[in-house]
Design a protein around this ligand. Structure first.
Ligand SMILES: Cc1ncc(COP(=O)(O)O)c(C=O)c1O
Length: 365
């Protein structure tokens, strides 16, 4: 039996009063067996469009079959899943649900994914930074984070969300289990703890989705944008306690998931597609090792950081020369020079096809 460590009622009190109070927009009812004269749609699809796609119809708001498939993929109940347009939408929804402008704060651990801070600043929330420890392999400063979470306040503002990313973008490392457990216990019912697992398929660490029953303050973000190859479909999910999902459903736009995206996502979650995805992940992991080994062997490279993701953070002696060499091959990588907490000559390199990786290695070594 799962031990439920914290009270969901207390955690829900962290949400903005306006969100708790609002009644969700009522979507036009969804029943594919009926003829729709209730949603002011066109009775015809656009000229030339594939009629089987029914693009003249509003999509199913949270497509049942896709929610079910995503839930199975993550090993949770369908009530624990909210679909959105990529994990970016999950970040936006959580920020809007929990952070009151001028009163609330979020915690981030730079260097990390930029959208947590952007969403907070747009919402008018204060952003406190507790940097990753570069000299400890970019590990979290779990003691400092837990201490801050325990006080419940930063800069006089109520700390509402702790944003953690595992494996972390751009450093590539996964969070140690004991660090996250310490942080979850420190946050208790004072703040929600979000673990962004955008790169979860590339690490051997189990997903934190399996712990949401134990820790109702824990929220996990998953996406089909990375390992599943569906960045263009914009499909991600928030995985959380059903009461948190119900809260977010109030503010997700009524028809967030385009029908073509839902269709592509459902196909990607079928057993044969998942098998193909896993086989590609295995290939990318082998390629990651090949690229890392080749780059580590050249004197042009100062450091290749270990990675649990589909990219490598690499520090070059002369990053400008590396960028010029890559450009000659028409290859572009992410320039992290000058970013706080990262080495001066750091570039983030996504692992590509074996052929792309050959060209990358050739131009950089
Ligand atoms: C850590 C992390 N989270 C979220 C995202 C956004 O992903 P999505 O395409 O699901 O919105 C990215 C994209 O690069 C990312 O690196």
């Amino acid at each position: 039996m799962t031990t439920i460590r914290y009270d969901i009622e207390a955690i829900l009190q962290l949400a903005r009063p306006a969100v708790r109070a609002v009644d969700a927009y009522e979507n036009a009812s969804w029943d594919p067996t009926l003829e729709r004269l209730h949603a002011n749609e066109s009775p015809w699809p656009p000229e030339g469009a594939d009629p089987t796609q029914a693009l003249h119809r509003y999509p199913e708001p949270q497509p049942k079959a896709l929610v079910q498939a995503f839930a199975e993929y993550c090993g949770v109940d369908p009530g624990c899943v909210l679909l959105g347009r990529g994990s970016d939408e999950g970040i936006d929804l959580l920020t809007r649900a929990f952070c009151e402008a001028g009163k609330d704060a979020v915690l981030i651990t730079p260097p990390t994914f930029g959208m947590y801070a952007v969403a907070a600043r747009i919402q008018g929330a204060y952003v406190v930074e507790i940097p990753l420890q570069r000299n400890a392999g970019y590990a979290l400063d779990a003691v400092e984070i837990a201490g801050t979470a325990r006080t419940g306040y930063v800069n006089g503002q109520r700390l509402k969300i702790l944003w953690l990313c595992s494996p972390n973008n751009p450093t590539g490392n996964a969070i140690a289990t004991t660090d996250l457990e310490r942080i979850l216990d420190a946050a208790g019912e004072r703040a929600i703890v979000v673990v962004d697992e955008a790169y979860g398929e590339f690490t051997a660490q189990p997903s934190w989705a399996s712990r949401i029953a134990e820790y109702p303050q824990l929220v996990v973000l998953r996406t089909l944008s990375k390992a599943h190859g569906l960045a263009g479909a914009r499909l991600g999910a928030v995985i959380a306690h059903p009461r948190i999902i119900a809260l977010l459903r109030k503010i997700v736009p009524p028809y967030a998931i385009a029908s073509q995206s839902a269709h592509a996502a459902l196909a990607a979650l079928q057993p044969s597609a998942l098998e193909a995805m896993r086989s590609r992940v295995r290939l990318l992991l082998a390629e990651r090792l090949r690229v890392a080994t080749a780059l580590a062997a050249t004197s042009k490279v100062l450091k290749v950081w270990p990675s649990d993701a589909n990219f490598l953070l690499v520090e070059f002696r002369d990053a400008n020369a590396a960028l010029v060499a890559l450009a000659a091959e028409r290859l572009v990588v992410r320039d992290f020079r000058g970013k706080r907490g990262i080495g001066a000559g750091a570039l983030r390199i996504t692992i590509g096809t074996p052929e792309q990786n050959d060209r990358l290695i050739r131009s950089l070594t």
